[in-house]
Ligand binder design. Sequence first.
Ligand code: SAH
Ligand code: SF4
Ligand code: F3S
Length: 441
Amino acid sequence: MRRYHVTTFGCQMNAHDSERIKGMLEELGLGEAVEPETADVLVFNTCTIREKPDTKFAAYLGHAIARKRANPETVIAVGGCYAEAQRERLFELHPEVDVAFGPGSIPHLGEWLGAGGFGVPRGSFGIDERTFAGELPMHRERSFQAWVQISMGCNSKCSYCIVPAVRGREVSRRPGEIVAEVMRLAADGVREITLLGQNVNSWGRDLLPDVRTEFGELLRACDAVEGIERIRFTSPHPKDFRAPVIAAMAEADAVCEHAHLPLQSGSSRILKAMRRTYTRERYLRLVDEMRAAIPDLALTTDLIVGFPGETEDDFHETVEAVEEVRYDAAFTFVYSPRAGTEAAAMTDQIPDELKRERIERLIDVVQRVAHERNTERVGRVEEVLVEGPSRTDPSLLRGRTRRNTTVNFNGVAQPGELVDVRIDAATSTTLRGAQAVPVAA
Ligand code: SAH
Ligand code: SF4
Ligand code: F3S
């Protein structure tokens, strides 16, 4: 049997795409190799959001090329956002690549990889709507958790971002199709779903009037599916987060008390240059409205430092926003110019040294606030979905709270079970606890 190995870079959308890539390869009769060293087909599902994933992929590809030299039968396939961004010159840049495909052309994988007889590079790019999950085979990593893609592409024009160029215009999946998939997953034993889209709050706007609806309604429809105990979604864009979605979060039991709400910058001036289309004040108002409606809401975010023209004052406003919102966690990024984006052509780029200095200062604040937030949980009992043994100490179990914090705890439970855990200690990223023993009636 020929064996494949998929290496995945980037976001949850890419992780989900990899499940489909694996599903397609298995349908072609290939088996999964645990290690790349034993695989005949090496697949890389790439990311190009910043320079770092590009560099990381280049290093991995170097290893794959060395393997191909030693064993010329090895097939190298490169998919994902980097492949799409480089589609004009991918085979020129990397002549060792046999097959290339973008995130929108996964359905073609069978045609390219099934045929055999390599030697001529082949690939396909662009957007094929059959890429939507429901219509492709899928190899899910966990039996009790699943991603559900609700849209592809993005209609925003954030000036720093490469995603619209590589994932195309936004196309929403029809609500009936999404709910049917959620029902299939529930019947299959899935308890937690994460709805995926680049901007989940604009989902549905492109649908025909007969099925047009909005994201809050979709949350309620998924909540009504028997067996689904937790619903998450990522990412919402603050500009489109409206009252009906807040109400649905507050009222639908399965929707978790967590929102990942990317702020990017705390300076309205920089937000404008980023074309985020909201101000600092509007964002903070949204946070207040959400917190008023959803008690105990966890908020996480994405922050970029060193956007072109960012002054010390602008940066300080980002730091202040972190203190004011009190995020439970934040992903912090150094601005990375991406070829072809509006911001990459701006003349007032910030020197690397200053970017690095700012991100270090920001990380300190983010960690302090996150530690304070997590410490507030100590003494409480939280519902945890068990995921498996702890990564650091196999005598403990690992799971996540509804607020999406990882907990390592003493207990006896199987992956996929929901258990109550008493929180005993906190770091800036994780909680420690012990399974609460149910009190006999
Ligand atoms: N569509 C999602 C995710 C976008 S990519 C959303 O809008 O929320 C994830 C994060 O990467 C972004 O939120 C942003 O913080 C960061 N990012 C995107 N492009 C970047 C760039 N050129 N440099 C640094 N960070 C970037
Ligand atoms: Fe990129 Fe902005 Fe679209 Fe997110 S909303 S994918 S940051 S363009
Ligand atoms: Fe995701 Fe990276 Fe593409 S963040 S959408 S895999 S560029």
